[in-house]
Design a binder for this molecule. Structure first.
Ligand code: NAD
Length: 424
């Protein structure tokens, strides 16, 4: 697969095409799936405290709503761009289809470095972005959630703004809210919890004893820190963690509860003293069992992939591997848990949150976690069985599982004819 220089949108389109072919389906299925049904670009002028007005650009992409309303996070990051948002919305469709949630894929983003804004400016940006995308969102249309650099507090500002415009409280507008205003128990840790459930299933598949295993994690934000917590709880020794501040390494295992407290007190991981420092590149090449990219895209590349010694790569982040990186890992026999399966715990509990908002009845955390576990395990099984059946890699198998589910809905709605499905 030669995809050098392609952006995430082109890459996801290529993966869709290959997987449609892999299932023996007609090209017409690819024609339907290849583009988001709607993409909105918005201008967000903000008055900064120094009196200047800065105009930020935001997007919202909605891929396909044949299974239900579209759903997906909002990202605040300087590298957000329209093709990344389009790709992320397609990935969301795939995740929901793999887990078999009654949702389509959506995603939003604003091109901004949130560290350049103070709290008041960040609140104004959050409220203004949601005002601008209000015409196309809603609990029956498109349901946002947090993603990179967006928090429950930001979700609270956004829903407050929407409720003001609307004139009444609409708790199902978005998910990842603080619990007091309709958030779900277990949502904050859900993505990391799901990541570790898939790692457990992968470890079973390759006979890896987790109680003797070692791991390294890139990113210690929402997903990375929860993943570290649940790995630690499962007896896995987390020996290295990196983030934007730097990286830390301790061959005897990092004390995760202590590090979590250290970071919660406002410190950065690079200042945690009981470890040596380590770079991303060195961490990727460590002789560990499990490597977890939980930060940004394009980290496992043709340069870094050959150095990876881990037996399992669990893609907690969205799009952490380039196609070349993926191929090298597969050739080297690494068990890849692809992003659209690995990090789908977030959208799963977001779905539970929306369900609770819709029925106005709230579940105990135990029920949330139990239902999450059940959905993640059956999704893993579907993907693993597809991989065995088609003799494909895990990533292509995940796409084939997602596409197969969407095709059944397309057929039920009369979009496609039996001839398009001849080999399914
Ligand atoms: P976050 O903003 O909470 O954390 C991001 C982390 O990545 C931070 O620790 C940051 O320092 C680190 N990071 C950024 N650039 C880095 C670099 N170059 N090297 C090392 N570390 C770096 O974001 P998050 O919500 O944890 O999201 C992380 C990834 O998981 C993203 O790809 C996101 O799309 C994906 N994801 C998040 C959720 C969710 O529920 N939050 C769900 C599914 C997927």
């Amino acid at each position: 697969m030669s995809t050098h220089g392609k952006n995430p949108y082109e890459i996801v389109q290529e993966l869709l095409k290959e997987s449609v072919n892999g299932l023996g389906l007609d090209e017409s299925i690819y024609q339907i799936l290849k583009k988001p049904m709607r993409v909105l670009e918005v201008s967000i002028p903000i008055r900064k405290d120094n009196g200047d007005i800065v105009n930020y650009t935001g997007y919202r992409s909605q891929h396909l709503d044949i299974l239900g309303p579209t759903k997906g996070g909002i990202r605040f990051h300087p590298e957000v761009n329209i093709d990344e948002v389009r790709a992320l919305s397609i990935w969301m469709s795939m995740k929901s289809a793999i887990i078999q949630l009654p949702l389509g894929g959506g995603k939003g983003g604003v091109i901004v470095n949130p560290n350049d804004l103070n709290e008041r400016e960040l609140e104004e940006l959050s409220r203004s972005y949601i005002r601008k995308i209000t015409p196309i969102i809603g609990p029956k249309k498109d349901i946002p959630a947090p993603d990179m650099n967006t928090t429950p507090e930001i979700m609270a500002w956004m829903i407050d703004e929407y409720d003001k415009l609307n004139g009444y409280n609409v708790p199902g507008l978005l998910t990842g809210k603080p619990i007091i205003i309709g958030g779900s128990q277990g949502r904050l840790e859900a993505t990391g919890r799901g990541v570790v459930i898939t790692i457990r299933e992968a470890a079973n598949a390759i006979n890896l004893d987790l109680s003797q295993a070692t791991a390294a994690i890139q990113g210690f934000g929402n997903v990375g820190s929860a993943t570290a917590h649940f790995l630690h709880e499962s007896g896995v020794k987390v020996v290295a963690i990196t983030d934007e501040s730097g990286g830390i390494y301790n061959e005897n295992g990092i004390n995760i509860p202590e590090l979590t407290e250290f970071v919660a007190e406002g410190n950065v991981i690079a200042d945690y003293e009981k470890c040596e420092s380590i770079s991303n590149e060195k961490m990727f090449a460590l002789p560990i069992d499990i490597l977890i990219p939980a930060a940004i895209e394009n980290q496992i590349t043709k340069e870094t992939a050959p150095t990876i010694q881990a037996k399992i790569v669990a893609e907690a982040a969205n799009g952490p591997s380039t196609p070349e990186g993926n191929d090298i890992l597969e050739e080297n026999g690494v068990f890849i848990i692809p992003d659209i399966l690995c990090n789908a715990g977030g959208v799963t509990v977001s779905y539970f949150e929306w369900v609770q908002n819709t029925m106005n009845y709230y579940w105990k955390e135990e029920k949330v976690n139990r239902e999450l576990e059940e959905k993640m395990i059956s999704a893993f099984k579907r993907v693993y069985e597809m991989k065995e059946e088609k003799k494909s890699g895990m990533r292509q198998a995940a796409y084939m599982v997602g596409i197969k589910h969407l095709v059944l809905a397309l057929k039920a709605r009369g979009w496609i004819k039996n001839g398009d499905l001849s080999k399914m």
